[in-house]
Design a protein around this ligand. Structure first.
Ligand code: SF4
Length: 320
């Protein structure tokens, strides 16, 4: 299936997914991959489908989606593998342009040291780059890269791309307990991302059954600490922790709003009070959510914060 969805995505609205790589061909075999172990490790770019065929299938899917009265906000390359392995990626983006919808690419960054990959990605409107590690040993442990790849070249490639790119650049950092969630590791990743200054830095956790049995999400305290370490270096940091939270959800439904907002940012006690005052809600709701295990109270810098309890699985394909 070359085109699927559209699926709702907090980051991209209603996103029509494009599968430009057969399953599962990747440059990495991440320990947390929800697709299981990589079937074919590959680091050379090649052709998988004719670009005209991809554009035709996507155009057809758009037409059928619109006929059904549904809207689409983004055309997103999010295959069951690494989209930049497709040597025709740039041409496909070009062929999709006349369809009048913005394009997004969710990449693991592994091939961005290549000029042709950077050139292809420059044509997209929104690009997400994975940065789970800036330390060689940690990178090998978590992403299990193809043997020909070098972390230093990838990190340089990400910086080179960020300098040139005029679209919206976001990063995604998957935190795995005991691997990249220590204070020092978080500081190093945050220093690098702080230098990069993406439009937004996402912190994610494994929420669905991973490729291996051992990867676990960090606990809420650690995730909260990671958030503040990132916030010290970047303006816009958000969680991607398994819920489609909306940071700006003030619908008046107190329970849903609190769960939505805290799925994206921790909420300080006084912000919760302000919200409750505006929504005419009571603190008993918050206490109830904590008692039910839906919200967690954490202390930071002399303040109490509330964040969404981790560990509930998302539906398929909502990682976009
Ligand atoms: S880069 Fe993505 S598709 Fe490839 S192994 Fe890692 S999580 Fe899976």
């Amino acid at each position: 299936m070359i085109a699927f969805g559209p699926v709702p995505s907090r980051r991209l609205g209603r996103s029509l997914g494009i599968n430009n790589i057969p399953p599962k061909i990747c440059t990495y075999s991440c320990v947390y991959c929800q697709l299981g172990r990589t079937l074919r490790m590959q680091a050379d770019r090649r052709a998988f489908y004719e670009p005209e065929e991809v554009a035709r299938v996507v155009a057809d899917k758009i037409a059928r989606t619109r006929e059904a009265g549904e809207s689409i906000d983004y055309l997103t390359f999010v295959p069951d593998g690494e989209p930049t392995l497709d040597v025709h990626l740039g041409r496909e983006i070009e062929l999709l342009r006349p369809l009048g919808l913005p394009t997004a690419v969710i990449s693991n960054s592994s091939l961005i040291w290549r000029q042709d990959v950077r050139t292809d990605l420059l044509a997209a409107d929104w690009v997400s780059l994975k940065v789970d590690a800036v330390d060689e040993e940690m990178w090998r442990r978590i992403n299990r890269p193809h043997g020909s790849l070098e972390l230093s070249s990838i990190l340089e490639g990400v910086v080179a791309f960020a300098r040139e790119y005029t679209g919206e650049l976001v990063t995604e950092t998957m935190l795995v307990a005991g691997v990249n969630d220590g204070e020092r590791q978080l500081e190093e990743i945050a220093d690098y991302l702080g230098y990069l200054q993406p439009d937004r830095a996402y912190l994610s956790i494994p929420t669905r059954p991973p490729a291996e049995v051992w990867p676990r999400p960090p606990d809420e305290q650690v995730l909260h600490r990671a958030y503040w370490i990132f916030c010290d270096r970047m303006e816009r940091v958000e969680y991607l922790i398994g819920y489609e939270g909306n940071a700006f959800a003030f619908t008046g439904d107190v329970v849903q709003d609190l769960l939505d907002i805290t799925a994206v940012h921790p909420m300080r006690e006084d912000a919760v009070s302000d919200y409750l005052a505006r929504a005419k809600g009571q603190w008993t709701v918050v206490r109830q959510l904590v008692a039910e295990g839906q919200l967690v109270e954490v202390e930071h810098g002399g303040h109490t914060f509330y964040l969404r309890k981790l560990g509930v699985s998302r539906g398929p394909r909502d990682g976009v």
